[in-house]
Ligand binder design. Structure first.
Ligand code: UDP
Ligand code: MN
Length: 237
């Protein structure tokens, strides 16, 4: 039987939220044995998002995971309270399967799901559209990860993007945690697993193919025309 994939998506209200989540839902609807964990960074789960989740027919868990007030400045760690809430939900409810952190605005090739589903401990693969180099990827030699290619090393042990790895839940330690440190969320999380370089399983043809992109949507500006935004299913904040 196929291992279940737990797809963890932090999300927050803004005009682009529904289109992003609609697009992602329509990708996930093609994937067998997937459970979508959507974690809203508000004190209450959004009704509009809940309706979309129900309509998708996907198995889902919708979590309210308000972000601490102190992290509201500029360059705050984005989506951390949400991912931490998802991690504690997984700890309490799930014994096996694959965990993947998929932001609401990324673009995923369906082949990625076939690749990550067989992760033994931690698998890694390239992510497109990251930083100045345009890609962030492990470097593979003789089938083993030996180094990383990323435009910002930031003195990280594992300089990878959030979308660049998957974890077998059986390998997750109770100590697994993600810190509120912008830019270091991925690295500190992987370090908290006790991961060693030679344990990493390179996917996507030895990290030679891009199957996920860190796409970003341009921020929408409020229209000057007065229209009934609710009829367009947009929420304005
Ligand atoms: N996010 C969130 N709360 C915020 C900002 C971001 O939950 O205040 C989520 C967002 O929906 C996304 C993830 O955290 O799933 C990463 O945020 P974003 O895409 O803005 O960051 P970037 O891709 O630019 O690093
Ligand atoms: Mn993003």
């Amino acid at each position: 039987e196929l291992k279940m994939i737990y797809y963890v998506t932090p999300t927050y209200p803004r005009p682009e939220q529904m289109p992003e989540l609609t697009r992602l839902a329509h990708t996930l609807m093609h994937v067998p044995r997937i459970h979508w964990i959507v974690a809203d960074d508000q004190p209450h789960c959004s009704d509009t998002v809940l309706k979309l989740l129900r309509r998708s027919g996907l198995p889902f868990t919708f979590i309210s995971s308000p972000k601490p007030f102190v992290y509201r400045g500029t360059n705050f760690p984005r989506g951390v309270a949400n991912r931490r809430a998802a991690l504690s939900w997984l700890r309490e409810n799930v014994q096996e399967g694959i965990l993947y952190f998929g932001d609401d605005d990324n673009t995923v090739d369906l082949q990625l799901f076939d690749e990550i589903r067989n992760t033994k401990k931690v698998s890694m693969f390239p992510v497109g559209l990251i930083g100045d180099y345009g890609v962030s990827t492990p470097i593979v030699k003789d089938g083993k990860v030996v180094a990383f290619f990323d435009s910002w090393s930031g003195s990280r042990t594992f300089p990878v993007d959030m979308a660049g790895f998957a974890i077998n839940i059986e390998y997750m330690k109770p100590s697994a945690s993600m810190p509120y440190i912008a830019g270091h969320e991925e690295d500190r999380f992987l370090v908290s697993l006790g991961l060693k370089l030679d344990e990493i399983e390179p996917l996507a043809a030895n990290c030679s193919k891009v199957l996920v992109w860190h796409t970003k949507t341009a921020k929408y500006k409020k229209p000057s025309l007065k229209i009934d935004l609710h009829s367009l299913c947009l929420d304005y904040y």
